[in-house]
Write a protein that binds this ligand. Structure first.
Ligand code: ADP
Ligand code: ZN
Length: 729
């Protein structure tokens, strides 16, 4: 047998090679590969993915494979700059045109586009509709028109924009460009609307799961929200988070309270002027402020991938709103924690506002409120279930392992009868007129002025609870509310005893619960999900990143994401090659920033005698499973069997096995006929072999070999098997 087939170009980039070399990632997120391939096949595509699903790569990778220009329409001017900065850091020639540019910059950018120096052009819809831009684009080869936030085209969406309607027109004026519409809005109605407005066929739609598995979902009864907030954020030292409040006043007060306690928190709401809002948002994005306390006005223009927590200080108005807000956490795929503080008084408050409305609007708002209330009050079912059901997605997994309800049972229950009785009696003795914090202070024997003034130091329960600390008492109080022993009045959150509590006190009913706060649970969670890494080294890498980011005038995550630094601190790469194994390190970033980080890691490792660990890249693992696809795709692009043998250091037989497996999955191999040229089988022999495959199947070659009495060797049979499988495709 001779292997002389036309040599393909072994360095021809593929989606997978761009993913690694340009963006530094090892594996695709769900549906990214499918969407990219569909776009490359020039089929108009609608991709629906949740926030953080990785929509951007779905057009950025094709843009780098197409000859011509990819135009990205986005309504979020603030995000364009961010996207372009991130692309440039990865060495991708991208720029934007919108009203935020000075006239000279605008001209300059137009020039670059005209000269074909740009692969990706971001524009606002109103910009795209100007004659000036239209004229420019008409002279160029536009290969792809991407419409981001495509739900804006639908009047059924929550964010309809009239300019978007005209995109249908624009789309027709560039008939040779493939169109990719992207959105995170999952409702079928909006999806159908997008497709019909843009004239897409039914089939080319990809809808990813809306389950964000890396988000830990938790609901706690709201007893003393300010303290609960402080307790919560203490778990996230130096890590970014968002706190959502209902009103502007609450935002200001809480931000102030947190600042006074030494947290770097900034407020954000529509009552602040533009400049103030911009400064605060910038501080958050650049890690100068750790926490943003905000009304729902905050978030649309935020691309920050490393938000580690979202705290809902008040009840959101709907499941959709809740989902959108928690969606801003953990876009980088690392664990993030979402805590909702729930009290019935919030429901009452929202209801009060809803009652000012009329007719159907009021009806709809009430339905939304009921749904989120049911979600918050559910203490048994997985939190993901109602959330995903709401978006029309069935969630069948019994235990997600990542919400409070699913992990609750795993915690050992202890006998808390005695402290529970203490707490309940103290509520009783203080006259059922106080909140949990006050009751706790009495139990701890506090000398606070208010306690003395009320004479609560003379109660029999004063100071009897010193064996537990304040946190433990507050945690206990929350459990007693949750279990229905305590009732909470809406306005001032005062606690009173339920009949269940009175019975329990009288009958000394045993009560089971936990004395230790979620702390251990949190750290246990974090350990489960994350890589073990050196925290001191991570802190140094982070400081280096901040320094470089400030120098370059970009947000730190543009340099490297947290995940990248976590991996560096776990594997301690010491050479440029090893550095390229790290997720998020592409060729350009390695060149630009690699040295600075390597020097730091090397110095640290030397000082602490830390060895480098080799990362077994996930790609290597996945590739071995999907190797046959990669080989077959390369073959389809024209690479020869010999070239593939060399590349993968395997025999011809192995390559032929890969191709057969590919053909057996029903996919077509191009120019498989050329393989036949490699075979020395006569037409008669070939017919006999085909007949044998027909009879005996293609899974095993031995029966066919035997049937032909060893007339043809195994490599011959392998070639004929491929041709057999590839018939009539
Ligand atoms: P979306 O627009 O869907 O909200 P993005 O495109 O902004 O999501 O991606 C969210 C984050 O995930 C970004 O930081 C991006 O770099 C990262 N990301 C995207 N795809 C991958 C991947 N295949 N592997 C690792 N990280 C990825
Ligand atoms: Zn769950």
């Amino acid at each position: 047998m001779v292997f002389i087939l036309p040599e393909g170009n072994p360095r021809m980039p593929t989606p997978a090679s761009i993913l690694k070399d340009t963006f530094g990632y090892d594996t695709f997120r769900p549906l990214q590969r499918e969407v990219i391939e569909n776009v490359l096949a020039r089929r108009d595509t609608l991709a629906v993915m949740p926030t953080g699903g990785g929509k951007s790569l779905c057009y950025q990778i094709p843009a780098l494979l197409f000859d011509g220009l990819t135009v990205v329409v986005s309504p979020l001017i603030a995000l364009m700059k961010d996207q372009v900065e991130q692309l440039r850091a990865d060495g991708v020639p991208a720029l934007f045109l919108n009203s935020s540019l000075q006239p000279e910059e605008y001209q300059d950018n137009m020039g670059k586009v005209r000269r074909g120096e740009i692969k990706l052009l971001y524009v606002a819809p109103e910009t795209l509709l100007t004659p000036r831009l239209f004229a420019l684009l008409s002279d160029l080869k536009i290969d792809c028109l991407t419409i981001d936030e495509a739900h804006c085209i639908s009047e059924w969406g929550h964010d309809f924009r009239p300019e978007y309607r005209q995109l249908a027109d624009v789309r027709h004026r560039f008939p040779s460009a493939v169109c990719l519409a992207l959105t995170a809005t999952a409702t079928p109605r909006v999806r159908a609307d997008i497709k019909s407005s843009l004239g897409f066929s039914q089939s080319n739609e990809f809808v990813a799961s809306f389950n964000r598995q890396n988000l830990f979902l938790e609901v706690q009864p709201k007893l003393d929200p300010a303290l609960q907030a402080v307790d919560f954020i203490e778990h996230f030292k130096d890590q970014s988070g968002i706190i959502y409040c209902f009103s502007r006043k609450q935002v200001d007060e809480l931000a102030d309270f947190l600042e006074r306690r030494g947290h770097l928190a900034r407020p954000y709401h529509a009552g602040l002027n533009d400049e103030q809002r911009r400064i605060n948002q910038e501080a958050f994005i650049c890690d100068d402020a750790q926490i943003i306390v905000a009304t729902i006005a905050f978030g649309m223009g935020i691309n920050k991938p490393d938000v580690r927590f979202v705290l809902h200080y008040d009840l959101p108005k709907s499941i959709e709103g809740y989902y959108q807000e928690i969606g801003r956490a953990g876009r980088d795929g690392l664990p993030a924690h979402c805590l909702l503080l729930y009290s019935y008084s919030d429901v009452a408050k929202l209801k009060y506002f809803i009652d000012q409305k009329e007719g159907p609007e009021r009806q709809v708002a009430l339905q939304h409120l009921h749904a989120i209330t049911r979600f918050a009050e559910d203490k048994t079912n997985c939190r993901r279930k109602p959330l995903l059901n709401y978006f029309g997605e069935a969630y069948t997994i019994q235990n997600c392992q990542n919400c409070d309800n699913c992990t609750a049972e795993a915690l050992p229950q202890t006998d808390i009868t005695l402290p529970a009785q203490m707490f309940l009696s103290c509520v009783k003795r203080t006259g059922e007129r106080f909140g949990a914090a006050h009751v706790t202070e009495v139990l701890l024997g506090s000398n606070a002025e208010r306690i003395l003034r009320l004479g609560h130091d003379r109660l029999s329960t004063y100071g009897i609870g010193r064996e537990l600390n304040k946190k433990q008492w507050m945690h206990l109080a929350r459990q007693l509310v949750q279990m229905g022993y305590l009732e909470q009045e809406s306005e001032y959150r005062t606690l009173s005893l339920s009949n269940k509590a009175l019975d329990a006190l009288k009958n000394r009913t045993p009560i089971l619960g936990q004395l230790h706060e979620a702390e251990e649970r949190l750290s246990r969670k974090a350990r489960q999900a994350e890589l073990e890494y050196n925290h001191a080294l991570f802190a140094l890498l982070r400081a280096k990143r901040k320094e470089l980011a400030d120098q370059a005038g970009v947000p730190p995550y543009v340099i490297f994401a947290d995940r990248t630094l976590v991996e560096m601190a776990a594997y301690a790469p010491q050479s440029p090659e090893r550095l390229l194994d790290i997720s998020g390190v592409g060729q350009v970033k390695a060149r630009q920033y690699g040295q600075a980080f390597l020097e730091l890691i090397q110095a640290y490792c030397q000082k602490h005698n830390l060895p480098e660990k080799v990362k077994e890249t996930r790609r290597a693992k996945e590739d071995s499973g999907r190797r046959y696809v990669i080989v077959a795709e390369a073959f389809n692009r024209g690479e020869s069997v010999t070239a593939l043998m060399e590349r993968y250091k395997v025999t011809a037989g192995t390559i032929l096995d890969h191709l057969a497996r590919y053909a057996a999955t029903g996919q077509k191999l191009h120019h498989a006929g050329q393989l036949l040229a490699l075979s020395s089988a006569s037409p008669d022999q070939q017919a006999a072999v085909f007949a044998a495959f027909d009879e005996l199947g293609t899974a095993l070659l031995k029966p066919v070999f035997d049937k032909l009495n060893g007339l043809l060797d195994y490599d011959e049979l392998k070639i004929l098997r491929i041709c057999f499988l590839n018939q009539d495709k």
